[in-house]
Design a protein around this ligand. Structure first.
Ligand code: SAH
Length: 250
């Protein structure tokens, strides 16, 4: 997550501990948390066995100039790259980009829904030069997780990323043509860093505001942040329990 407000219900709910010092060394501004999440999974014959998964939560920390959380694609890509270089014992099997997002009512999104990403793209990197247009959009697929989404009752759809909380007509044209279900400010940066390291990526995005609802995102965002962060916590716990004891392709 970019913002600590989004991360705190997850951290306390999962019983994770703050790493001191952080697991990503300075000058990276990260705050990190870690621990084990357990679940009891059952096999085909209904035998249940306890399994657990080791979890590291990486937040992008605060801006030392402006004092606010470091949000957007640049901190997200940097923290992901560093986490995948630094966390090697054990190696990271799976990244989950977890946070809040604007949702498209036209794609079935409502406040507090958690979406499991099917794909990533940028809607604010317009480069009308041969080959650079696709580079700018940088469309990629999420690691497919249809059974997890179904088991947890999550909605699914493409995430579109840009470095602004608001949007204008050219952003909207790009989001519409890509079929975006949710709009955030980090997922594409995380996706790029994961692709460099060859590590699979899922994203869970909890809806704080409705992009196509006519209200300013910042008002709805603040009013719904607590609800959406709690929904994110529930989904993330479910996701971690679902993946515990399974291979990534399961
Ligand atoms: N004004 C807020 C900052 C909001 S930034 C504050 O005072 O802290 C919003 C964060 O939530 C970003 O990290 C982004 O990924 C996500 N987000 C929520 N709704 C969004 C939307 N409609 N568009 C883009 N990002 C959104």
């Amino acid at each position: 997550p970019a913002m600590e407000a989004e991360a705190l219900p997850v951290i306390s709910g999962l019983g994770l501990k703050r790493d001191s010092p952080p697991s990503l060394p300075p000058p990276a501004p990260a705050t990190t948390f870690s621990g084990r999440v357990s679940s009891s999974s059952s096999d085909d014959k209904g035998n249940s066995s306890p399994s657990s998964v080791e979890v590291s939560v990486v937040c992008s920390g605060k801006c030392k100039v402006h004092g606010v959380d470091n949000i957007g694609t640049v901190p997200a890509a940097l923290m992901t790259y560093l986490a995948l270089s630094e966390l090697r014992d054990p190696r990271v099997d799976l990244v989950i980009s977890a946070g809040t997002a604007g949702g498209f009512a036209a794609r079935g999104a409502a406040i507090g829904d958690v979406f499991c990403a099917t794909a990533f793209a940028n809607h604010d990197r317009r480069i009308p030069l041969a080959k650079f247009d696709d580079y700018g959009t940088w469309r990629s697929d999420a690691h497919p997780a249809p059974r997890m989404a179904a088991a947890l009752g999550l909605k699914s759809g493409p995430v579109s990323t840009g470095n602004s909380l608001d949007w204008h007509d050219l952003d909207m044209a790009s989001m519409s043509s890509g079929g975006a279900a949710v709009k955030d400010m980090e997922a594409s940066g995380v996706a790029w860093a994961c692709s460099l390291h060859g590590v699979p990526l899922l994203a869970l995005k909890s809806v704080t505001d409705i992009v196509d609802g006519g209200k300013p995102a910042e008002e709805e965002f603040l009013a719904n942040l607590a609800t959406a962060s709690e929904a994110l916590h529930v989904a993330l716990r479910g996701a971690l329990e679902f993946v515990a004891g399974k291979g990534v392709d399961e």
